[in-house]
Design a protein around this ligand. Structure first.
Ligand code: 8X3
Length: 244
């Protein structure tokens, strides 16, 4: 309904908008009145008002996306992935490049482009971090490294943007049941399910709800960092599984 949302008149870009937390966030931003421009490689799955193809690992794709999207007030960097849960010694450079290119370079690239070309003040950048950026857990070195980098970037950005009306927030969640684990285990649905077995994981909506809290605070209030976990998780590697 026009004229009643907390984000009426705002324009929001969401990367990774085709599924999971990105899709849920895009939907909630629109429900709150924002005009949402969603980007993803699988653009046919993006249901936002404006859906544009976006591969954050490709500089030309990012440039075309930002140019087509035009001025914005909110950037949600939702695109990200993990590949594998194996000892580091078994990891491959191919996987490492894909994870770093998406989670780190892609996120940094999109942020730079939006800041240089289209961010309007008051503005807000929300990075999807992870508890993997706070606790290193076994057999996740590449993903953990990428998320520590996101956290470092978020902190550095806060410092560099001080004095401008641009907020920066990182939302770092633990177990969230989305396609994330299916991708991580390269399509092995059973293995993906076992990640959440016996727990009550967060949903994509739970995390999107936290993002909505951050973006709907009064404009002088920065929700700097949010850490979200299931009641069945207390740190990166500590998970309580109930008997079924
Ligand atoms: C995803 C959560 O626990 O697999 O960011 O690292 S975890």
């Amino acid at each position: 309904m026009p004229g009643v949302g907390k984000l009426d008149g705002k324009v929001a870009i969401v990367t990774g908008a085709s599924s999971g937390i990105g899709a849920a966030t895009a939907r909630m931003l629109a429900e709150e009145g924002a005009r949402v421009i969603g980007g993803a490689r699988r653009v046919d799955r993006v249901t936002t008002e404006v859906a544009l193809e976006l591969d954050v690992t490709d500089p030309a794709s990012c440039e075309a996306f930002v140019a087509a999207a035009g001025p914005c007030n909110i950037l949600v960097n939702g695109a990200g992935l993990g590949l594998g849960r194996d000892p580091f010694v078994e990891s491959t450079e191919e996987d490492e490049r894909r994870v770093f290119e998406t989670n780190v370079n892609g996120l940094v690239r999109m942020t730079r482009l939006v800041l240089q070309k289209s961010m309007q003040e008051p503005g807000h950048i929300v990075n999807l971090g992870s508890i993997a950026g706070r606790w290193a857990y076994p057999n996740g070195a590449t993903y953990v490294t990428s998320k520590f980098a996101v956290r470092g970037f978020t902190r550095a950005l806060r410092e560099d943007l001080l004095g401008q009306d641009i907020r920066v927030t990182t939302v770092d969640s633990g177990l969230v049941e989305t396609e994330f684990s299916v991708v991580r285990f390269r399509g092995d649905v059973e293995k993906a399910k076992s990640v959440y077995a016996g727990t009550r994981p967060l949903s994509a909506d739970d995390v999107a709800d936290a993002i909505m809290y951050a973006v709907t605070r009064p404009e002088h209030v920065v929700v700097d960092e949010m850490v979200l976990m299931s009641i069945d998780q207390s740190s990166g590697a500590r998970i309580h599984r109930r008997e079924s």
